[in-house]
Design a protein around this ligand. Structure first.
Ligand code: UDP
Ligand code: MG
Length: 355
């Protein structure tokens, strides 16, 4: 069966794969050959047809060149090339939205999420769990600071949000079709994917695993990216900071009233207090500091609203390869936008729906 859409031919395939593996790639040239080897070994051990979706998140090294080559050679491999670096959370979103499998597994490319653990995730899925996440019981090769800050963050977040976001869980996870379809209906720009899956409910289970050190290369998550992710987590899933701003504001107002009463008292009874420069400076700087902080907190939420109201697509796809055997354009898709470019086909993956 062949469909022709806007002059671009896409062949519909009636058989969808059972499993889709989604791997975000950002400058991972060193580790790719080893990754492909391990992933290929894994696919032979899985009990169903498996597609492997690599999402290139705007790599500037030789990753794309390598990926294009192996995707051309291996029919079950697919490649989504994003038009620039959109960040890890968006890259895995793009991959999941394009996945056709009954169960979709997201894992890091640096082999910190051991492919063998996927077999355990699958076993749990077969027991009837819709979302199975891999839980880190030990982390190797990560700095003391990273482990400490991650642990602190999960504990703070847990106190701040009513959503059940499991501790020490990253994005190494298997999700079934129902959870995936729910995920596709969540268009938020401020994405904290692990929180989104926590929010949606369903039967969830954890598989513990020991997280090894990165196989090769360096982390693509420097401190500021981690901090950003943590902020997205808190802003996206908690209103506590706004409440904190309110209560701090109230407490300070109460203090100000007391201080005002004291000042008036001193003036009426003329207790001989010389109007103090020190107290003025201290109070003004303290209050303006708190004010700025509160404005900042509100600003984070306003910024988040601003990102949502612009309604831009979450990501832009530069080029797709390997999908033509399995994808067709969803009937009635309104946002289908195709154009031919020098390097290939440009399309928004979200307008393509797996059969
Ligand atoms: N990654 C990505 N885009 C980014 C940063 C990272 O797609 O902007 C990918 C990266 O290639 C890897 C995964 O996300 O497959 C996790 O990144 P990394 O291992 O560097 O993070 P860490 O394990 O150090 O937290
Ligand atoms: Mg890593």
């Amino acid at each position: 069966m062949r469909d022709s859409v806007h002059g671009i031919r896409t062949r519909a395939n009636v058989l969808s794969p059972r499993y889709s593996l989604v791997l975000p790639i950002y400058n991972e040239e060193e580790v790719l050959p080893r990754l492909v080897e391990r992933i290929s070994a894994l696919t032979t051990r899985l009990d169903g047809e498996t597609e492997v979706i690599f999402v290139d998140d705007g790599s500037s090294d030789k990753s794309v060149r390598y990926l294009r080559r192996i995707v051309a050679a291996e029919p079950s491999f697919r490649l989504i090339e994003l038009s620039r670096n959109f960040g890890h959370q968006i890259a895995i979103t793009a991959g999941m939205e394009a996945a056709a499998g009954e169960a979709v597994i997201v894992m890091d490319a640096d082999l910190q999420d051991p492919p063998e653990v996927v077999l355990e995730l699958v076993a749990k899925w077969k027991e009837g769990f819709e979302i199975v996440y891999a839980k880190r019981v030990r982390r190797e090769g990560e700095s003391w600071f990273k482990r400490f800050s991650a642990s602190l963050f999960y504990r703070v977040l847990e106190r701040m949000t009513p959503v059940d976001i499991p501790r020490d869980v990253g994005d190494f996870r298997l999700v079934g079709r129902k959870a995936l379809e729910t995920f596709k209906r969540m268009p938020e720009h401020d994405r904290f994917v692990r929180g989104m899956f926590g929010w949606m409910g369903f039967k969830q289970a954890a598989v513990p695993f020991e997280r090894p050190a990165r196989a090769l290369g360096e982390t693509k998550y420097p401190f500021w990216k981690m901090l950003n992710l943590a902020l997205h987590g808190i802003i996206g899933f908690s209103e506590q900071p706004l409440r904190l701003a309110l209560w701090t504001g109230l407490a300070i107002s109460a203090l100000a009233v007391l201080f005002g009463a004291y000042a008036i008292f001193s003036w009426i009874f003329d207790t001989g207090v010389i109007p103090g420069w020190t107290s003025t400076v201290v109070i003004v700087s303290l209050f303006s500091g708190i004010n700025l902080f509160m404005t900042g907190v509100v600003g984070l939420y306003v910024g988040s609203i601003h990102a949502e109201v612009k309604r831009r697509p979450l990501y832009v796809v530069d080029r797709l390869s390997g999908f033509d055997r399995r994808m067709r354009v969803a009937s009635g898709a309104k946002r289908a936008s195709f154009r031919k470019s020098g390097s290939g086909v440009t399309a928004d993956v979200r307008t393509l729906r797996p059969l």
